[in-house]
Design a protein around this ligand. Structure first.
Ligand code: NAD
Length: 347
């Protein structure tokens, strides 16, 4: 949602973007503080609507995802979220999955682009993973058949496959990319992944200027490690997309630098690929790069392309210079010092 002052004097007025901010838990509040500091210095006017979700509100509200959070995102249409801890094996279902479901954020976008100065095995990586976000095994439709047998159902539909394929090709076209690769295991899951591959191939026919191929997910993982330059935009069902996007984050130096977005027809939610880092929470050591670059994706989504470019360049410059980076990048700066160095580059 944007708010514009009515022009009364013929002068162009600055637009204020209303954005929902969910700090999350673990390292989330430190990341949110860094983001607010940096975006305030970017010159983009943002009115934050702050809401809590996850463990932070479970006791107080009886649910990790109060309705007011979803209502806020429905109204602002744009949100950015810090990581939220999900209990393993029992406890409440993932807030991240619930948000994607409630808002039908069907496309998960995860760019993986090398940054000079980030220790990594590769240089020059520039990949984008487009992950279907709503169905597949990841939908978590599970049944306990007997105490010793559990079942999980994998759903693939033509509608969701076509929607994500179109998103991937439209993204590739709009961003000057050259190739889309469909990721699948249709040799074994002939009906579900077979449908995903068939539909993606059909959609490819409407984008003749873009190359298209497909790759079986296990071979893809091997090829990404051996020859990542073979790939450009990858489009994948939910579970493979989840795993492959972490692999791609690893190619560029790890979770601390990999941003992400969940996009639907009505709303968009931006978040880093990494989790809540319980082992480093509250210590001012978490690397805010992935969260700040998720903020860059958000600025692009808001149409603030120029500011997005400046924030990206400022983050990249601080990392390349190497004097004020966080411990995971071999530096000694804290989260706040890193954010202040980015602000200094922006001013
Ligand atoms: P994690 O990403 O939180 O941590 C893995 C390792 O990477 C840890 O050693 C951590 O300290 C480090 N790390 C992560 N982000 C970092 C950063 N920005 N800077 C420096 N180091 C960083 O993964 P995990 O331990 O598997 O998950 C912890 C919790 O986060 C779990 O409850 C999981 O469900 C949740 N999670 C949430 C999201 C989300 O909210 N989108 C995503 C993934 C995991």
């Amino acid at each position: 949602m944007i708010v514009t002052d009515r022009p009364t004097d013929g002068v162009t007025h600055r637009v204020t973007h209303c954005v929902t901010l969910i700090p999350g838990d673990g390292t989330g509040p430190e990341l949110a503080e860094a983001l607010e500091t940096v975006l305030a210095a970017s010159g983009v006017a943002i009115a934050w609507e702050r809401h809590e979700a996850g463990l932070a509100v479970l006791e107080r509200c009886g649910t990790p995802l109060p309705d007011e959070v979803i209502d806020s995102i429905r109204a602002t249409k744009v949100a950015i979220k810090g990581p939220i801890t999900t209990p393993v094996g029992s406890g409440f279902r993932s807030v991240n999955v619930a948000l994607r479901k409630a808002l039908d954020l069907y496309a998960c976008l995860r760019p993986a682009k090398s940054l000079a100065g980030v220790p990594s095995r590769y240089a020059g990586i520039d990949l984008v993973v487009v992950r279907e976000n709503t169905e597949d095994l990841y939908a978590g439709i599970e049944h306990q058949i007997t105490p010793d047998v559990a079942e999980s159902i994998k759903i693939t539909t033509r509608a969701a496959s076509e929607r994500i394929a179109r998103f991937a090709f439209d993204y590739a076209r709009a961003h000057g990319r050259h190739k889309v690769t469909a990721v699948h295991k249709a040799n074994i899951m002939k009906l579900t992944d077979g449908l995903f591959l068939r539909v993606t191939r059909e959609v490819a026919g409407s984008y003749p200027e873009l190359a298209f191929d497909d790759c079986i997910v296990d071979n893809l993982c091997q090829q990404l490690v051996l020859r990542p330059e073979r790939f450009d935009v990858l489009v994948a069902p939910n579970l493979y997309g989840d795993i492959v996007s972490d692999l791609c984050a690893g190619l560029i130096g790890g979770p601390g630098v990999a941003p992400g977005a969940n996009i639907g027809a009505e709303a968009a939610l931006f978040e880093a690929v990494h989790g809540s880092g319980p082992d480093i929470a509250g210590q001012n050591v978490v690397n805010p790069t992935a969260f700040l670059l998720s903020g860059v994706l958000m600025l692009e989504h808001l149409g603030e392309t120029e500011a997005a470019g400046r924030v990206y360049d400022a983050v990249a410059a601080v990392i390349a210079e190497g004097r004020r980076t966080t411990a995971d990048l071999g530096g000694t700066a804290g989260t706040r010092e890193f954010a202040r160095a980015v602000v200094a580059r922006l001013s």
